[in-house]
Ligand binder design. Structure first.
Ligand code: NAD
Length: 361
């Protein structure tokens, strides 16, 4: 099936679930066919992935941008058919409250700015999608979740793989115990980082491999095993103490799940690793590569599973829009889910500081 049709059918089936459950439509649904999204921060992820994806979405569209770089504006206006009143900067951002065409603010800024812009967006009466990691730590993430509740608006996190078919199939195989009970998990996500001056290598911005990509391994372990870890032990290693002076280069950690199931995980900024492996009593499930924007592949002991490559970001934003328009809860990408991962990340850093000591979560 070609990508657009597949995206459409998945979106339709997501919407179908709400009808089957008899949940009534959200008021937004009566007034609009598509929700309006404003992207805050027009860096790599917003410009190369999210904005192009918004040309493929069925339930949401780009209705505003927030940038501190005026030289970017003309190109964005041309490419995405935007007008002056849809362009904001960081100073006048709060006036987005007066723009009723914008329903969702999507925060795509460095990690240390996630909390501030999420809180300001809630104050402006908008729903929020905030990129991963949700915040700098669990304390901040909890404040963001609480602010959403107080404003009666929803918080989502940018976990783009929950609608990706290979990951959905891996979850299904695990949930149905297709190969028996899960015994252990192995996973890794890392890449060789370039520019030594970028914010990802700075502590004050919330840099480091674990916050950037290791979080996907935490997610992968949690959604395949289907339980919450009870303890972690972690070690950090460096091969380049200059480049990684401020942040973690490589962390390996072990998460203990109830009933003795264990996850061995690695994240790194100095080499490539990209896989998810679940070993069960009677077979295995492997997604490899697992975490990229495309090229995802699925394998089991008996067969391969190859689904069409999809636009992950388009499905993710359509899934969230469906949640809002049709009142279909999606617990996988909600703020609380981001908060759970921040608690685990805090515990991993605590264990690293104590050279691998077991830390309860
Ligand atoms: P980036 O550096 O390319 O973009 C950051 C943007 O923030 C830039 O436009 C920059 O101008 C702007 N900005 C505003 N104030 C700034 C300040 N004080 N310092 C630095 N930049 C400032 O980063 P990115 O790769 O687009 O990442 C942005 C967010 O998206 C991060 O939270 C990252 O973790 C997340 N992300 C998620 C995925 C994913 O797969 N879900 C992939 C990439 C990035």
């Amino acid at each position: 099936m070609e990508r657009r049709k597949f995206t459409q059918s998945l979106t339709t089936s997501i919407a179908g679930i709400s009808l089957a459950r008899g949940i009534g439509p959200h008021p937004l649904c009566n007034s609009k066919n598509k929700l309006g999204i404003a992207l805050v921060g027009l860096g790599n992820y917003a410009s190369r992935q999210l904005a192009p994806a918004l040309l493929e979405t069925h339930m949401c569209e780009l209705k505003g941008i927030v940038t501190g770089t005026p030289s970017k504006i003309d190109q964005w206006k041309k490419t995405y058919d935007l007008e002056d009143h849809q362009i904001y900067n960081y100073d006048n951002f709060d006036s987005i409250a007066n723009n009723d065409k914008i329903d969702i603010v999507y925060v795509v800024l460095p990690n240390n700015m996630h909390k501030e812009y999420t809180l300001r967006a809630f104050q402006a009466g908008k729903h929020v999608i905030c990129e991963k990691p949700l915040a700098m730590n669990a304390q901040e993430a909890a404040e963001m979740v609480a602010a959403g509740k107080k404003a009666n608006r929803q918080l989502f996190v940018g976990y783009r793989l929950h609608y990706e078919p290979h990951h959905r199939e891996a979850i299904r195989l695990c949930q149905t115990e297709a190969f028996g009970k899960i015994k252990f998990f192995e996973g890794g996500f890392g890449f060789r980082i370039g520019n030594p001056n970028q914010w990802r290598l700075k502590k004050e911005y919330g840099g480091g491999a674990l916050m950037d990509v290791g979080i996907y391994v935490i997610q992968g372990a949690r959604y395949t095993i289907g339980q919450e870890p009870i303890a972690v032990s972690a070690r950090e290693f460096k091969t380049d103490a200059v480049k990684f002076k401020e942040v973690d280069e490589l962390i390996t950690w072990q998460m203990e799940f109830p009933k003795g199931v264990v996850a061995n995980c690695t994240t790194t900024f100095s080499a490539s690793t990209n896989h998810l492996y679940v070993a069960s009593e009677k077979g295995f499930i492997r997604v490899s590569p697992a975490y990229g924007y495309s090229g995802i592949g699925g394998h089991t002991r008996k067969y391969k599973f190859d689904f069409p490559q999809v636009n992950q970001q388009a499905l993710h934003m359509d899934g969230i829009s469906n949640t809002l328009m049709n009142a279909v809860p999606d617990l996988n990408v909600c703020g609380e889910e981001g908060l759970r991962d921040m608690k685990i990340i805090d515990a991993i850093f605590k264990s690293v500081k104590q050279v691998g000591k077991r830390v309860l979560i």
